[in-house]
Design a protein around this ligand. Structure first.
Ligand code: AKG
Length: 270
């Protein structure tokens, strides 16, 4: 086990609605993330997966969600499910997610955005190394956002599980450049020189796991993922929460509501 390994995570507390212990908060603070195996049951995740085919085939005009696609036309991301799809809306309010996030940020929170990230078998493409705050900064906010990634499928080394750089949130924000060549989708990413200087192999932790496992991570945590080289699809649902007082500023090119929500309703947990 390396010093950055997080698999020795403390067992959840017996309070199912509030499974974090002080050890979990300490670990989140040290590593910039916390992996909670089995936070949701197989049945709960199966109910979400039942509606995925409908969401994948849906039409942005008709259902008001927003889809980004691979060059092949395959869906890469579906934004706004937390607003327009009741099962995903319920998940975004679930106490098992919302309460620890409120505790970490020590504030009321709202949903900054959500996305179902899809990597179809042999299809889903790379996410270059980046910090989410690397580009959220340009929306005029402070780094007071936390993302929560719920695994909808098994995530393996072969199907492009998320990779995180443990402890990298302590570096603060790194410079990001726009890459418009690697994928169909413009990506903000950290340049290779900076990565070579900063990122040692032992910091890189693959977030493999089962449906229902959940990763909480800091907006300055460096992360990315590889191509799906496997016959297994890899889907996750990521909800980013912002401190309620940390609203987007008056910037030159405000991004659309599907990616920077203007719905500042506080999230009350259920
Ligand atoms: O889905 C992934 O593997 C990475 C996604 C990601 O980094 C993002 O949506 O910012």
């Amino acid at each position: 086990m390396t010093r950055f390994d997080s698999r020795s995570v403390a067992p959840p507390s017996s309070d199912k609605k509030m499974p974090w212990t002080q050890e979990h908060y300490d670990q989140f603070d040290m590593l910039g993330y916390l992996f909670m195996p089995g936070l949701f049951s197989t049945e709960e995740i199966a109910r979400l997966n039942e509606i995925i085919p409908e969401l994948l085939q849906g039409d942005d005009q008709a259902d008001q969600m927003h889809r980004e696609r691979e060059r092949s036309g395959a869906v890469r991301q579906i934004y706004l499910a937390h607003r327009y799809s009741p099962p995903f809306e319920a998940l975004s309010r679930d106490a098992r997610i919302v309460e620890p996030v409120r505790q970490i940020l020590d504030s009321e929170i709202y949903v900054w955005h959500s996305k179902i990230n899809v990597k179809d078998a042999f299809e889903g493409t790379v996410w270059l190394w980046h910090q989410d705050y690397g580009y959220w900064m340009w929306d005029g906010v402070e780094p007071k956002l936390i993302s929560v990634m719920v695994l909808l499928d098994e995530a393996t080394l072969n199907n492009g599980c998320l990779l995180v750089a443990a402890g990298s949130q302590k570096w603060g924000r790194l410079e990001h450049d726009a890459d418009e060549r690697t994928t169909s989708y413009k990506q903000w990413c950290v340049d290779k020189e900076t990565l070579k200087e900063r990122l040692s192999e032992d910091r890189i932790q693959p977030i493999t796991g089962k449906p229902g496992d959940v990763l909480f991570f800091d907006c300055n945590l460096l992360h990315g993922s590889g191509h799906n080289m496997s016959p297994l699809p890899r889907k996750t649902f990521i909800i980013a929460y912002n401190d309620l007082t940390n609203r987007p500023g008056a910037v030159e090119n405000p991004r659309p509501d599907w990616v920077v929500s203007r719905n500042f309703e506080p999230v009350s947990s259920r």
